[in-house]
Design a protein around this ligand. Structure first.
Ligand code: ZN
Length: 499
């Protein structure tokens, strides 16, 4: 490759380093940092973020990308080099549209919004957050104005997470889910699922999870598992994957969170080493990332085959709580379908209705059809309509998620898009590999991991989300396989037959 290309790689490598140092600061903040470090850490993260942004929008980078147009055209579209130029150009152009001051203002307002959100939750009072919320929404409108006018302002926000996905196609998927799932939730309402009794020893859960993660494909040379309030994954580099979980005595959610995060981590870990220290060394989109975490958490981790493999070990790790529990009862309990107030604790079916209602409210807010002051009431109304639940207070309702307080409008739908993609990719893998249940029951996850590496993970960000899904699943996004899967699960778990 030319010297121009080599210079591009150097610059992009520096941007990558700064960005990942930012991830490391964030990881440290949530796992290790003493609380009084917060003010200094906010400045440090802002400084690193600014330095990365300045390089990304720099004239030098813009000039290099212009000079490389000819070279790009002479290379195959799939090549690492052409992909690097193409993706870097798009990142550069997109970042250059937004004035640095506006970006900084959004970051600052988001940081203040988070503080207000914590206080509003404490006091169970949306009014504490409301002025911040209104300002964040206004800043997001200004952000949207930086781009070419489209029919749907929401497209701009969605594009930050799912490049190239449009609001109408997202709406189609979510409408389809709503139509199919509201009756399923109704059908499941009267089924009485088993419940497990705690307490579940935290040390036992942690030891079991560490062992399990190794069986699933992590290793101690390039992975860690730590504790944080909210589970997440930070990839500091392709060979430095940090997972977190949160184990509690009251339930086993921390084990499923660890499996979920392993799915995110494996995606990052199996990116082709040839893409290291470039902007291509990441997942193709938020939804594709979530397709991987939800696949390991649900399609693998909540299957009967999986617990045939893992249940004896879990029982040995938690003898007090599980000694007298049979496998069937355990399987029913970890798959219990029941509307609940909190999205992150929701079962596989009701989960998507939590997303649908947030997506609808975001769009109404953005278009001005809904005023921020009326949001709590609108939220509660839809909880009643879709899930049949009365919301007792703002903390359990409109204040439960962090995303809106952090300016993250447009993020929620990617959770459901990820669920939908997870089953499409899973079915393709099953078609190619044959019997996966048998392998899972034997604790053999290698073939599935290799399949995912070959068809999805290794590509990183080389292709658009649409192209990436096409390569992995052989199809465009389609909610039908996911709905079929959920109906099957409902039949298996609750004995409810649905056509
Ligand atoms: Zn996730």
């Amino acid at each position: 490759m030319s010297q121009t290309f080599e210079r591009l790689r150097v610059l992009l490598g520096e941007i990558y380093d700064l960005e990942r140092v930012g991830f490391l600061l964030a990881w440290d903040q949530e796992t290790t940092m003493p609380p009084d470090g917060a003010a200094t850490r906010a400045e440090q993260r802002a400084t690193i973020g600014r330095a990365a942004h300045e390089r990304l929008v720099s004239d030098e980078l813009g000039k290099l990308l212009e000079e490389l147009r000819g070279e790009e055209e002479s290379l195959p579209y799939e090549s690492d080099e052409a992909s690097l130029i193409r993706v870097a150009r798009r990142d550069h152009e997109k970042a250059s549209r937004v004035p640095t001051e506006l970006r900084a203002e959004i970051l600052r307002a988001g940081a203040l919004g988070l503080g207000a959100w914590l206080e509003a939750r404490e006091r169970r009072d949306f009014e504490v957050l409301r002025p911040h919320f209104e300002q964040l929404l206004e800043l997001r409108r200004r952000y949207i104005d930086c781009f070419d006018p489209t029919d749907e302002p929401y497209d701009v926000l969605l594009d930050d997470y799912e490049r190239g996905f449009t609001t109408p196609e997202t709406e189609n998927v979510l409408e389809h889910l709503k139509r199919e799932l509201v009756p399923l939730v109704e059908a499941a309402r009267d089924a009485d699922g088993p419940v497990l009794e705690g307490p579940f020893a935290v040390e036992g859960q942690r030891a079991f999870s560490l062992d399990l993660l190794e069986r699933l494909g992590s290793d101690r040379r390039s992975w860690r598992l730590d504790h944080s309030e909210h589970p997440f994954t930070a990839s500091i580099g392709i060979t430095d994957i940090r997972l977190t979980s949160h184990f509690k005595e009251e339930h086993l959610g921390g084990i499923f969170a660890a499996i979920h995060e392993l799915g995110h981590g494996l995606y990052e870990r199996q990116i082709s080493p040839s893409l290291a220290r470039t902007p291509l060394a990441g997942g193709a989109s938020a939804a594709l990332h979530e397709s991987q975490s939800r696949m390991w958490e649900n399609l693998v981790g909540r299957s009967r085959a999986f617990w045939r493999f893992a249940f004896d070990d879990l029982r040995a790790a938690l003898p007090e709580a599980l000694a007298d529990v049979e496998l069937d009862r355990f399987f029913g309990a970890v798959n219990r379908i029941r509307p609940s107030l909190t999205r992150v604790d929701a079962d596989e079916i009701t989960y998507n209705l939590h997303i649908v209602l947030r997506f609808e409210l975001e769009r109404e807010l953005l278009s001005g059809r809904l005023e921020v002051r009326d949001l709590p009431e609108a939220f509660d109304e839809r909880m009643l309509g879709y899930l049949g639940l009365e919301v007792p207070d703002h903390r359990a309702g409109v204040l439960q998620d962090i995303h809106w307080a952090d300016a993250g409008f447009g993020y929620f739908p990617t959770y459901s898009l990820g669920n939908v993609m997870s089953v499409q990719i899973w079915e393709k893998a099953c078609g190619d590999l044959g019997d996966l249940d048998g392998r899972i029951e034997r604790g053999d996850f290698g073939d599935l991991r290799e399949w995912l590496r070959e068809h999805l993970h290794r590509h990183g960000r080389k292709f658009t989300p649409r192209e990436t899904l096409e390569r992995a699943a052989g199809a465009a996004i389609d909610p039908e396989p996911y709905v079929r899967y959920l109906k099957g699960k409902l039949g298996e778990v609750a004995g409810v037959a649905v056509s």
